[in-house]
Write a protein that binds this ligand. Structure first.
Ligand SMILES: [Zn+2]
Length: 152
C-alpha cells in the first residue's frame, strides 16, 4: 500500500512538471554568436562630412590639416568596430565614421572632430593613435573654442 502512494506521488509530480513546462512561455535564447548589426555597413564616401571637415579645418585648425577623404564604414581596427578611425589610404589620410555607432549628425560631427585631432598629430608616429596628453590638450582646446557647443 505504501509503495503505491509513492508511485501516485511520483505520477502526480511528473504530470505537474509536464503541465508547468507546457504552460511556460517559449524562451528565446540569444544566438551563441551575436549577429553583428553592423555587418552590412558599406564603405561610402560622405560629401556632407567632407564639407564639414573643410569647415572645421578653417574654424579650428587654421586650414593646416591636409585634404583627406571622409567615408562611412565599420571603422574596423584589429577586427573590432569603432565609432571612428583615421588611417593612411594611399598618399593621404582617410577618416572612417561608423554610421551605426554615430546615428545622429551631431555624433558624426563630434567623432569627426575627434578624428581630426588624430590627423593633426599624424606626423608623429608614436602618438598618432594615442589619446595621451597631447591628444587631450587638443581636445580641450577644441572644447574651449566651442567646437562641441552645438554637438553635445
Ligand atoms: Zn581616437
Amino acid at each position: 500500500m505504501k509503495a503505491s502512494i509513492y508511485f501516485l506521488f511520483f505520477l502526480y509530480s511528473t504530470l505537474l512538471s509536464i503541465l508547468l513546462l507546457a504552460a511556460s512561455p517559449t524562451v528565446h535564447f540569444p544566438p551563441a554568436t551575436p549577429v553583428s548589426a553592423t555587418a552590412t555597413i558599406q564603405i561610402e564616401k560622405s560629401e556632407r562630412l567632407e564639407n564639414l571637415y573643410i569647415m572645421y579645418n578653417a574654424l579650428y585648425f587654421r586650414r593646416k590639416l591636409p585634404k583627406i577623404s571622409v567615408v562611412f564604414g565599420p571603422a574596423k581596427d584589429n577586427g573590432e568596430e569603432n565609432v571612428g578611425l583615421t588611417y593612411s589610404c594611399g598618399n593621404y589620410l582617410c577618416i572612417e565614421i561608423n554610421p551605426e555607432l554615430n546615428p545622429t549628425h551631431a555624433e558624426q560631427a563630434a567623432t569627426l572632430l575627434h578624428e581630426m585631432i588624430h590627423v593633426k598629430l599624424w606626423g608623429n608616429e608614436k602618438i598618432r593613435r594615442s589619446h595621451g596628453s597631447l591628444f587631450r590638450a587638443e581636445l580641450h582646446r577644441l572644447m574651449f573654442e566651442g567646437a562641441f557647443d552645438d554637438l553635445l
